[in-house]
Design a protein around this ligand. Structure first.
Ligand code: A2P
Length: 337
């Protein structure tokens, strides 16, 4: 039984962490909910009990065994070292520690063994990376992967609870012919899409993504190398935000090392942990974000031969960004711990 704290408990991922702790009957001795001073004093229901939200502070972690952190990178940078100093293990949902060589970056279905190397912090990968890698890893083991290109169709949830609310309100306003003042999302989001709004490297920044990439795209490359422990795997991505509330979709194009067939790929995917095939080709029915929303598995369909190159295949992948892309992966890490 563990004393657990959630940092960012009022956010989109924080709320899902609460749902999963209850659903999966996580062995809790106590649960502390932490957020900004704006939320301090509010109550949140957990298993029928009201828990008062407290302001996150450096001394919030006394007696806490496990911190599930999802309040943003700068907050993790500032406060998670205090959590480790007071003896807690942190499962961090932000990007801040992910590429730190001292910090394991873990998808439990892929590299659970890396958890053992932790020195107080374990990082949860980027949501688009997790959703891409869940079906990719069993194919990598079975056939070898030479190259992967992903195009993402990312939901509002990746930008947080306020972005989801803003998308809802903007849809209503625009449908009624009204104007809408955005505060979180940088461009019109309702009835529109745009290349991912994470920081773009115009060539003036060193150490970040290469010139022409946005950070989200480069996370998918660098994190895949770290999780697979394979720096030679060729990975590329184009990330796009679409006006969907909470599940990401991805079109994957993969080039395999060994010759294989569509049916052999389906055989491998059928047995892959955390992956589910969902499709009814005769009805033109393939995985959609609404199929994945609120569900654990990453859904796969439309596996087909890429006619333009040797030994290459396309597939369509959809996963709940808040669940497997964030909160579920973090809880699975905590369960393994
Ligand atoms: P709050 O609701 O009090 O602002 P999301 O990713 O959905 O945007 O959620 C972000 C989470 O991070 C929320 O729980 C938010 O709390 C929390 N948060 C934001 N800023 C801080 C801060 N300065 N200190 C602690 N928690 C913060």
């Amino acid at each position: 039984m563990k004393n657990v704290a959630i940092a960012g408990a009022t956010g989109a991922v924080g709320q899902e962490l609460l749902t999963l702790l209850a659903e999966r009957n996580f062995p809790l001795k106590s649960l502390k909910l932490l957020a900004s001073s704006r939320s301090a004093g509010k109550t949140i229901k957990f298993k029928g009990e009201d828990i008062v939200v407290q302001e996150l502070r450096h001394d919030s972690f006394e007696g806490v065994d496990l911190v599930l952190s999802s309040a943003g990178g700068s907050i993790s940078k500032e406060y998670m070292p205090s959590a480790v100093n007071s003896g807690a293990v942190v499962v961090d949902n932000t990007s801040y520690f992910r590429m730190n060589p001292e910090v394991p970056l873990v998808v439990p279905e892929i590299n659970p063994q890396d958890i053992k190397k932790h020195k107080g912090i374990i990082a949860n990968p980027n949501c688009s990376t997790i959703i891409m890698l869940l079906p990719l890893y069993p194919l990598y083991k079975a056939f070898g992967v030479e190259r992967i290109h992903a195009t993402t169709y990312q939901a509002a949830s990746g930008a947080g609870a306020l972005a989801m609310e803003e998308l809802r309100l903007e849809c209503v306003a625009l449908a009624e012919g009204k104007t809408f003042n955005r505060t979180v999302i940088p461009h019109q989001y309702a009835f529109n899409l745009f290349p991912h709004n994470s920081s773009y490297n115009d060539g003036s920044k060193s150490g970040a993504a290469p010139t022409g990439y946005c950070e989200e795209e480069w996370k998918m490359v660098a994190e895949t190398h770290k999780i697979f422990s394979d720096e030679h795997l060729r990975v590329n991505a184009t990330c796009v935000r679409v006006p969907v509330l909470r599940a990401h979709s991805e079109a994957l194009n993969i080039r395999l090392s060994k010759k294989t067939s569509v049916s052999e790929i389906y055989d491998v995917l059928r047995d892959a942990p955390g992956v589910e095939i969902l499709e009814e080709p005769s009805k033109n029915r393939w995985p959609m974000p609404i199929d994945a929303s609120g569900k654990d598995p990453v859904l796969v369909g439309r596996v087909r031969v890429d006619q333009s190159q040797e030994n290459a295949f396309d597939m369509w992948v959809v996963g709940d960004q808040i669940r497997k892309g964030a909160a579920l992966n973090a809880i699975q890490i905590a369960e393994l711990l």
